[in-house]
Design a protein around this ligand. Structure first.
Ligand SMILES: Cc1cc2nc3c(=O)[nH]c(=O)nc-3n(C[C@H](O)[C@H](O)[C@H](O)COP(=O)(O)OP(=O)(O)OC[C@H]3O[C@@H](n4cnc5c(N)ncnc54)[C@H](O)[C@@H]3O)c2cc1C
Length: 384
């Protein structure tokens, strides 16, 4: 016999978006169920990496700059309150060629938003970072107060605190709701019925599988490979503060200093092939391995022969242009989506949770860019 429990809100998916949504709802006194099919920020989830960048630079895009600012404030407040040092202020260094328009736009936006940063010319870059190869690079922007979130553990910490606030967490797969109109309950793989006033599906790259009709062609999970290169023994040039978190903007390549001894992290931001998050291989491809190796030799010559000490294969959960999807289901009126992080969502977890909560509890004004109506079935990336 199936049992039934009733909640104000059921949140499905405990990645960074679901975790912060449940946390904000619980802070507002809501009775919340948080249902996760696998585990917190597990190896197949988009939030499942060890580390994620939090930067304010978004070119001319003020919205995500401001969301990053308010999210970092919340992350820091949360880590201070729970005494977990899961934000590392490594600084974030953007680099681009002389003709790179976007660096100028980033600089203007950061100024307008009051973000602390430095503009560095090539000579200063070379002096400060002798371990980097700057060919093609004319200048940089250094965000002093940005850095890295220890991602997987941060999600676990948010859920732990949400549970302390009263959220009921369980490991179970939510079965796809199939009705039009309001949904009264969902069932789980454990046979439990979860009744709630509202349902938030924060299923990341799984959203298209959960809602194939509406989102199957609107969420594009893309394969992304991540590499860690071993640092030579006793060498401190590749750890912060000597090396900050870095992005070679025009190359679409980013990475981090050696954090917790994992090695230099590097990944290509270009979208890989479309994948299924349940079944895609988590073993890196020889072709990408060679590409990354060459790139490391060019940008970090001292690591030319460094061993690859760790790899990860994850997936972005892209919308057509990179804007988040935070909106109501078009037919199930009490069902909401929170997803479409599109390779840049992690940092924004706190702001996403707060925004979702505002939508549910206050009927707050909706941001058009997050609406389902703006999500196309053809990819044209506009947010980086
Ligand atoms: C390699 C890589 C690097 C990245 N780098 C950065 C970065 O530096 N900075 C940054 O800000 N962002 C970055 N991102 C993006 C960011 O990590 C994601 O946008 C974010 O983690 C998405 O979180 P989510 O909660 O939407 O999805 P997920 O973390 O995937 O969570 C969704 C959860 O829903 C669960 N679920 C799915 N279906 C069901 C069901 N039926 N029942 C129950 N549970 C279900 C899944 O198991 C999963 O745990 C990166 C992403 C990748 C892959």
């Amino acid at each position: 016999m199936s049992s039934q429990k009733t909640f104000d809100v059921a949140v499905i998916g405990a990645g960074v978006f679901g975790a912060w949504t449940a946390w904000h709802l619980a802070k507002r006194g809501q009775r919340v169920a948080l249902i996760e099919a696998y585990a917190l920020a597990h190896s197949r989830a988009s939030s499942g990496g060890e580390s994620r960048i939090i930067r304010k630079g978004y070119g001319a895009d003020k919205l995500y700059t401001q969301w990053s600012q308010k999210s970092l404030a919340q992350w820091k407040e949360f880590f201070a309150a729970t005494q977990q040092p899961l934000f590392l202020e490594t600084g974030v260094l953007w680099m681009g060629g002389d003709g790179d328009k976007r660096l100028g736009q980033t600089s203007d936006t950061l100024k307008r938003c009051g973000v602390e940063f430095e503009e560095l010319d090539r000579a200063t870059l070379e002096k400060r970072y002798p371990q980097i190869g700057f060919d093609g690079i004319g200048r940089g922007i250094f965000e002093l107060k940005s850095g890295v979130l220890i991602a997987r553990r941060a999600v676990a910490a948010v859920v732990e605190d949400a549970v302390r606030l009263g959220v009921e967490y369980r490991t179970a797969q939510a079965m796809n709701p199939r009705e039009a109109g309001p949904v009264e309950h969902i069932t789980t793989s454990q046979g439990e019925r979860i009744a709630a006033g509202r349902f938030v599906f924060a299923c990341g790259p799984w959203l298209g599988k959960v809602f194939p009709d509406v989102l199957g062609a609107r969420i594009f999970p893309s394969r992304q490979e991540v590499f860690f290169f071993g640092i030579p023994a006793g060498d401190t040039r590749f750890a912060a503060p000597a090396l900050p978190t870095w992005l070679f903007q025009e190359d679409l390549v980013y990475g981090m200093p050696d954090i917790e001894g994992r090695g230099l992290k590097i990944a290509f931001d270009e979208h890989g092939e479309r994948v299924d998050p349940d079944t895609q291989s988590r073993i890196v491809s020889p072709a990408m391995r060679e590409l990354v190796r060459k790139y490391v030799a060019r940008r970090f010559p001292a690591l030319k022969d460094a061993p690859i000490v760790e790899t990860r294969v994850c997936q972005y959960e892209n919308t057509s242009n990179g804007d988040f999807l935070i909106d109501r289901h078009p037919e199930m009126e009490n069902v909401w989506f929170a997803g479409g992080g599109s390779g840049h969502g992690f940092k924004h977890g706190p702001a996403v949770g707060e925004y979702m909560t505002g939508q549910l509890l206050d009927g707050a004004a909706a941001e058009t860019r997050f609406s389902l109506a703006t999500k196309d079935t053809v990819q044209r990336r506009a947010v980086y």
